[in-house]
Design a protein around this ligand. Structure first.
Ligand code: SAH
Length: 220
C-alpha cells in the first residue's frame, strides 16, 4: 500500500514523506518544492484535522471551505510559472497556505476571499511567518482587483463555470492564469490560460475538484 504521505511517525518523517509524495505525483519544479518544504502546512490546518496536515489530501477549514490537496497546490503553482518579479492575484485565500507558497516565489501576492474570517485568520499567519509581500483582502474575487490590476499571474482556487471575464481582462499580456472550471459538483478541469498579443490560449491540465466560486462577500 502506498502511504499518502503522513499519519504516523515523527513530524520530520511525515514531512519527508510529504515531499516524496509531491515529487512522485509530478511536482518536479525545484523552486516549487523548496517553497513547499519551507511553508509548514501544519500551521494552516487547525483542530480535528491538524494531525493529517502532511497527508496528500484536502482537509476542512473554517467557513465550510477546504485547504486544497498538496499535490494540487504543487501542480497549480508549477503550471503558473511564477517568476521573482511577478505580481500575483490569488482568488480564494482559504487557509492562506497557497498564498504563502506563492509569496516565496513572487514579488507580491494579492489574495482575496469572500469570507472575512478566513482573510483575518490568514493575515495572522502571514504576520507570524513574516511574509510581508502578501496583501489579503475581503472581496468577491470574481471581479478581480481592478485597482491593483494588471497581474502577471492569476490563480483561482474555487471553480467557476467559465473563466470570469474581469480576471481575463486583468491579466497582463504575456500573463498566465490557472483555474478550475466546470459545474461545482461535477468533474472540473484545471485549465491554464495564456494571454498573448492577440488573444487567449487555453490548455487543459487535469481533472480536479474545488469548492464553487460564489458571488458576494460574507462578513461573519
Ligand atoms: N487556496 C486555499 C483554498 C481555497 S478553498 C488554501 O490554500 O487554503 C476556496 C476558497 O475560495 C474558499 O475559502 C472560498 O471562501 C473562496 N471563494 C469562493 N468564492 C469566492 C469569490 N467569489 N471571491 C473570493 N473568494 C471566493
Amino acid at each position: 500500500m502506498s502511504d499518502p504521505g503522513g499519519g504516523e511517525g515523527s513530524i520530520a518523517e511525515r514531512k519527508m514523506r510529504f515531499l516524496f509524495a509531491l515529487r512522485s505525483r509530478g511536482v518536479t519544479d525545484a523552486r516549487v518544492l523548496n517553497a513547499m518544504e519551507q511553508v509548514d502546512r501544519g500551521l494552516f490546518v487547525r483542530g480535528l484535522f491538524a494531525d493529517r496536515a502532511y497527508e496528500d489530501m484536502p482537509l476542512p477549514i473554517a467557513c465550510g471551505q477546504t485547504i486544497s490537496q498538496p499535490t494540487v497546490v504543487g501542480l497549480m503553482t508549477q503550471a503558473l510559472e511564477v517568476g521573482p518579479r511577478d505580481t500575483v492575484l490569488e482568488v480564494g485565500t482559504g487557509s492562506g497556505y497557497q498564498a504563502a507558497i506563492l509569496s516565496m516565489l513572487a514579488r507580491r501576492v494579492y489574495t482575496v476571499d469572500r469570507h472575512r474570517r478566513l482573510v483575518r485568520e490568514a493575515e495572522v499567519l502571514f504576520a507570524a511567518l513574516n511574509l510581508r509581500n502578501i496583501v489579503a483582502i475581503t472581496a468577491d474575487g470574481s471581479h478581480g482587483l481592478p485597482e491593483q490590476a494588471p497581474f502577471d499571474r492569476i490563480l483561482v482556487t474555487a471553480a467557476a463555470e467559465d473563466p470570469p471575464g474581469p480576471l481575463l481582462a486583468q491579466l497582463k499580456i504575456g500573463g498566465i492564469m490557472v483555474l478550475p472550471v466546470g459545474q461545482s459538483d461535477a468533474v472540473q478541469s484545471l485549465i491554464r490560460v495564456r494571454r498573448g498579443e492577440t488573444g487567449y490560449e487555453y490548455d487543459e491540465l487535469r481533472p480536479v475538484r474545488f469548492v464553487p466560486l460564489i458571488e458576494g462577500v460574507s462578513y461573519d
